[in-house]
Design a protein around this ligand. Structure first.
Ligand SMILES: Nc1nc2c(c(=O)[nH]1)N[C@H]1C(S)=C(S)[C@@H](COP(=O)(O)O)O[C@H]1N2
Ligand SMILES: [Mo]
Length: 239
């Protein structure tokens, strides 16, 4: 399949075949990164130059902790309203907005993508912190696959509990920013955001959306920027 792709000029139809159900098949024997890279070289539309720069420029990694430092009981469940009921058979992560290749992926497709594991500190502004191990897919893999158009500067994250967040693109493309589906070596518990939640050592807890169902790449922020930000919390919220 990968060979077939490489031997054909990349047109819109081929790009679309990368989204939805066909992605699963494309991953057999290959990695999405390789495909995304090969597509990036052949796409007729110019890629977002900022994305390319951010992917090439080594962003400083935050030091990680050894597995022995994990604090299994320190992560306090912090949910502003309710824990949503997500039917895994119907669940799709949508990556859309100003992109050449919108995605709609189920969990089995996402779990075939490159997986990263990291032990980092989660910091909540309410005055607690916890060292947690997260496993999942780096967000940059998904963003690369979706191919942001020139001008994209931000991502919106929509959650199933109607929580919403927005991030700057550089933070999204940081190598340690991921959509996690594992916590401390086991499948992510529902109350911690299953099936997918943001995890990153570069942002405060309230930026790390649980139950993410949609990532929308945009060139401009809307007046509503984030659930807590719209109640005067700081938007960048870097650590
Ligand atoms: N969808 C959603 N995501 C969310 C929240 C929320 O209420 N809803 N709370 C945030 C806050 S303030 C923190 S500190 C972390 C807490 O994550 P945890 O409940 O897994 O410990 O989730 C963040 N992400
Ligand atoms: Mo928080």
């Amino acid at each position: 399949m990968a060979e077939e792709l490489n031997s054909h000029p990349i047109n819109r139809r081929n790009l679309l075949r990368l989204s939805g159900y066909s992605l699963g098949g494309m991953l057999v024997g290959g990695s999405v990164l390789t495909l995304a890279e090969s597509l990036a070289g052949k796409a007729t539309e110019p890629l977002n130059q900022k994305v390319e720069e951010l992917l090439l420029k080594p962003q400083t990694p935050v030091p990680e902790f050894p597995v022995s430092a994990i604090e299994p009981n320190a992560l306090i469940i912090n949910t502003y309203d309710f824990t949503p009921n997500i039917n895994l058979n119907e669940f799709r992560l949508v990556v859309d907005g100003e992109v050449n290749n919108p995605l709609s992926l189920d969990m089995s497709m996402i779990q075939t993508m490159p997986r990263k594991s990291m032990v980092i500190r989660h910091v909540c502004v309410e005055g607690w912190a916890a060292i947690v191990q997260w496993g999942g897919v780096p967000l940059r893999e998904l963003i690369q696959l979706a191919q942001p158009k020139p001008g994209v500067k931000y991502a919106y994250f929509i959650s199933a509990d109607r929580y919403y967040e927005s991030w700057d693109l550089a933070s999204c493309l940081h190598p340690q920013t991921m959509l996690a589906y594992e916590k401390n070596g086991v499948p992510l518990p529902i109350e911690n955001g299953a099936p997918l939640r943001l995890a990153s050592p570069i942002k405060l807890g309230y930026k790390l959306s649980k139950w993410v169902v949609q990532v929308t790449l945009v060139s401009k922020l809307l007046p509503r920027r984030g659930f807590w930000e719209d109640q005067s919390y700081e938007w960048f919220a870097g650590l």
